[in-house]
Design a protein around this ligand. Sequence first.
Ligand SMILES: [Zn+2]
Length: 251
Amino acid sequence: MNSKKNDVSCLLLESRKILCIQPHPDDMEIGAGGTIAMLSGKGAEITCLTVTDGSAGSRSPSDDPDQLAERRRIEAEAGASILGVNEMIWLDFTDGGYLPLEAVRGEITRAIRLVRPDTLMVCDPWLQYEAHSDHIRTGLAAAEAGFLSGLPNFHPADLQDNIQPHTVELIAFYYTSRPNTLIDVTSTWSLKIEAISCHKSQFSAGQGFDYITRLTEHALKLGEKSGCKYTEAFKVLSRSQLHIFEAAELE
Ligand SMILES: [Zn+2]
């Protein structure tokens, strides 16, 4: 079931070309894995762009950051392949709260102009109580790039490299506290969990929080609201709703 609260939210499952942006190598699977698997199963083309190298994702002082980044890239490629992702782009900014907003925005703008998606997916930078600035800055950079990438004078260096402006139609924010679109991902839930389980550096026993249990409980809770078993939630907005649109919060 796809809850149809506004006109644009129901367009998410009609997307044909998606650029899914994640701050770290596992966020796509956690935030949107069931929907990504569903879209790829319907023949949509999926590109996944990872902003940081994931080198800060360990609680063990003996882990070498470069080796961890390499391991996480292999894990992410395995997870993405389970979800049916067609292409991976790596920006390799340093993980751990050091993202330079304008540089990330420029790289995402260039990726949008090269991939030319109809839909962008990214974590919601306006999630209340989000403490990780990699998530906030990645979400902001992508939202701004998605809003302005059709303008030739926005990051104009791309044009000198013969990369043309491109207008994105839809932005779908995962990790949101203000969803307007609930996607029934019961049919792809096992693929999502399989893909998350590829990230052994993050989700093996003793590593970090038990995200899998928590996100399963959250998906079941959302499912109760929408009348299905497992659900993923998104805030879906059109490009024009991303600027001086007072009603966006209510959409
Ligand atoms: Zn993350």
